[in-house]
Design a protein. Sequence first.
Length: 172
Amino acid sequence: MRFITKITILTLLLIPSNTFASPKIGIVNMNKVLQESKSGKMAQKELDKSMNSYKDKLESKIKALESEKQKLAKQSSVISQDAFDEKLEKLQARDKDLKRQVMDLREDFSKKNNQYIGKIVEKTQEIFKELVEEEDYDFIFDKNVNFIVYSNSSVDVSSKVIEKLNSKKINF
């Protein structure tokens, strides 16, 4: 029995100490990376620019439609029921078309947003691999994922990721 205990202790002493070392963990706040990196800001600027041009066009169409609805309401007592019904039907068709255009705009915006974020995330994945190799991280977790309830700021690598991402070019 003593012999087995001695062999066990000797074996444990011969095992390198880094075998039992704590893993090196990094935490990244991807929302921060997307909002503060040059690429994230550029993507947001592009999205805002394209959204605003569509938004302005749609708002003017909506105002024109509302104006025509008000005119028709005022004319309802002056024109025949058939003429009123015909104009109302045309206005409802335009209203339906505008609602479809708004939905299409939201869908296009969402697709562009996902494309831009996808390109940024692709680059950050490369950066994570670099950090793992250069600084010997065992794990890098996203702070925004629900299972991380607290992390010390000393393990936050968001600034490093932003710095490296800013040095890379992403074409949108």
